[in-house]
Ligand binder design. Structure first.
Ligand SMILES: Cc1cc2nc3c(=O)[nH]c(=O)nc-3n(C[C@H](O)[C@H](O)[C@H](O)COP(=O)(O)OP(=O)(O)OC[C@H]3O[C@@H](n4cnc5c(N)ncnc54)[C@H](O)[C@@H]3O)c2cc1C
Length: 404
């Protein structure tokens, strides 16, 4: 008789686990609280589904920074190359953007998800949407809510792939946490990752420049783009520095931290100063910045925001500010707006095979675990990888359980 698995959560991690187990002949049921599967994955495709990254594996692994050590064994088994091959095997054509990021042709997640769900259904995976895990039943069973009623589902193995607390409309907002706390599991507190930071702009600056990109800017040694918003700044440059900035915010007494933006990364400070020291011939600072450095719009506005009206704009000061413009970050935007979450189930709660030490027979995978990564395809790659690893670990356990 074949073994049965109950997987909770139909995101990339849960569906990856389902794929491994169904391929091994297991009877697999995936339950999903929402009315349709993989809502966050589909939403990720709205701005362009960045599935993974084409950089060398060593660089790819380094993007996980302090979480590399935990994730590396999984990503070496199923990493960017394997994910790319997997998507192509599903019939999805991929392309690599100029930044090295890998996307499906057409950028959306829908065609990939449809092909994947069709393949899972053909392999016998049963997907029950509108079915929410709400409690523990006797033994290794889960109590679920479905169609307004409750029932208990039983299986030989349970995999939890519940996602994080961000974008609550696309998941359950981390409402599952008490169910694991009840069993004594410890968590690292959730924090927003890949999220905007707040800055107290003047009304003038915010009204005039919100929605405009700060192109070619350097922050903490990286060059890229930021977006001005009514409440502050967001974008890839800040996301990459997010963990460091969050730490600085929490360590100070003021609840704020200062960043320094290089608005002209291709230019040397001395040369800028020399250019700005030439006779002005009645030209305003803005005109001079445009003529000598090609600076216009939002970058000049940002300089003016820091210079403040009436303050002296001598060349030395302006050149220094352009190379290191100080801005005070007053906090992050909330978890509900973050692309991903840091924090989650502590790794010390898990075996190397992702089984919970305190609840044998239950495995965990995906964003619900305590790791984070910047945007760039690192999030999805790790979720696929962890989901597959949980599935493989269940197979290993099944094969060896008589020996233990
Ligand atoms: C706007 C946005 C854009 C993004 N873009 C990208 C991108 O381009 N590239 C990238 O790498 N990553 C991106 N991400 C992140 C990526 O989508 C997530 O990291 C990934 O979906 C997490 O996968 P998961 O399977 O762990 O969790 P999820 O995808 O969150 O799936 C978990 C599932 O579990 C279900 N669930 C939770 N609790 C219960 C319960 N009690 N009972 C039943 N079901 C339950 C949820 O409803 C959910 O469907 C983006 C995220 C957002 C919000």
């Amino acid at each position: 008789m074949s073994c049965s698995a109950l997987i909770v959560g139909a995101g990339p991690a849960g569906l990856s686990a389902a794929e491994i187990l169904s391929a091994a002949g297991w009877k697999v049921t995936v339950i999903e609280a929402l009315e349709s599967p993989a809502r966050k994955f589909l939403r990720a495709g709205v701005g362009g589904l960045n599935l993974t990254h084409s950089q060398p594996l060593e660089d790819f692994l380094n993007a996980y920074a302090g979480h590399r050590e935990r994730l590396e064994p999984f990503l070496r088994r199923f990493g960017p190359q394997e994910l790319t091959a997997w998507a192509e095997d599903l019939g999805i054509r991929l392309f690599t953007g100029s930044s090295g990021k890998i996307f499906p042709e057409g950028m959306a997640a829908g065609p990939l998800l449809k092909a994947w769900l069709d393949r899972l259904a053909a392999a016998g995976v049963q997907l029950e949407t509108g079915t929410r895990w709400v409690g523990w039943g006797p033994g290794l069973s889960l109590e679920v809510e479905q169609d307004g009623g409750r029932k208990v589902l039983q299986a030989d193995a349970v995999i939890l792939a519940l996602g994080g607390p961000t974008w609550p409309a696309l998941g359950t907002g981390g409402s599952w946490v008490p169910l694991l706390e009840e069993k004594g599991l410890a968590f690292s507190p959730w924090q927003p990752a890949n999220v905007g930071f707040t800055v107290n702009w003047s009304d003038f600056f915010s009204q005039k420049f919100a929605g405009q990109p700060l192109k070619d800017t350097r922050l903490l040694g990286r060059r890229g783009e930021l977006m001005v918003t009514p409440w502050g700044l967001e974008g890839g440059l800040l996301y990459a520095a997010g963990a460091v900035l969050r730490q600085q915010l929490s360590h100070g007494n003021t609840g704020t931290t200062q960043i320094s933006l290089d608005l002209v990364p291709g230019r040397e400070q001395g040369r800028i100063e020399a250019e700005l020291s030439r006779p002005r011939q009645g030209r305003s600072l803005s005109t001079l910045l445009q003529k000598t450095l090609g600076l216009t719009g939002v970058k000049v506005g940002l300089l003016r925001e820091v210079l403040k009206p009436g303050s002296p704009d001598e060349p030395t000061r302006v050149a220094a500010l352009l190379k290191a413009l100080p801005l005070t970050l007053t906090g992050t935007r909330p978890l509900s707006e973050a692309i991903s979450a840091a924090g989650g189930v502590l790794w010390t709660e898990l075996t190397h095979g992702l089984e919970l030490n305190k609840i044998p027979g239950v495995w965990c995978a995906g964003e619900m675990l305590d790791w984070e990564a910047p945007t760039g395809g690192y999030l999805l790659t790790a979720c696929f990888s962890l989901g597959r690893a949980a599935g493989e670990s269940v197979l290993y356990w099944e094969k060896h359980k008589e020996l233990s």
